[in-house]
Design a protein around this ligand. Structure first.
Ligand code: SF4
Length: 122
C-alpha cells in the first residue's frame, strides 16, 4: 500500500495485525519514532490533505458544470505512465491524440511525496 496513514500507533496496529504484512509497510522504529520512509502523518496534516482534495474536487466539478472539459490527460515525465492507460471512460471519451485540442499535461514527480503532502496540508 502506498497511501498515507495516521501517525497513531493504535491506528497503525489496528490496520496491520501482522507486523510483517506487505499491505502496510513498517511505520515505526524500535524506539517508537517514525521511519523516514514511512508515509505516516499527524491528524492535522491528513485533515489538510482532505480539505485540499475536497476543494480540488469541487473546482473540477464546477469546471465540468461550466463546460470546461479540455482533453488534457496527465502524463508522467520519465515513465510510461499516463492517465488514459487505466481510465474507465476511455471508450466513451474517444481519447485520441489526433483530436483537436488534445494536450497532455506533463507531470514531474521529482518532488518528494512528503513535500507534496506538506504543500497540500497548508
Ligand atoms: S481516456 Fe479520456 S477521460 Fe480518461 S484520462 Fe484519457 S482523456 Fe481523460
Amino acid at each position: 500500500m502506498h497511501g498515507l496513514i495516521l501517525d497513531e500507533p493504535e491506528v497503525v496496529e489496528a490496520m496491520n495485525a501482522n507486523p510483517d504484512s506487505p499491505v502496510i509497510p513498517k511505520v515505526y522504529k524500535k524506539d517508537g519514532t517514525v521511519l523516514s520512509t514511512a508515509q505516516a502523518y499527524p491528524l492535522d496534516t491528513l485533515q489538510g490533505v482532505m480539505n485540499y482534495s475536497r476543494q480540488k474536487a469541487a473546482r473540477l466539478a464546477d469546471d465540468l458544470f461550466d463546460g470546461r472539459i479540455a482533453i488534457s490527460p496527465a502524463v508522467m515525465e520519465k515513465s510510461n505512465w499516463n492517465a488514459c492507460q487505466w481510465c474507465h471512460y476511455r471508450d466513451i471519451c474517444g481519447a485520441d491524440p489526433l483530436l483537436e485540442g488534445w494536450k497532455e499535461r506533463k507531470i514531474d514527480l521529482g518532488q518528494e511525496k512528503k513535500d507534496l503532502v506538506q504543500q497540500m496540508a497548508k
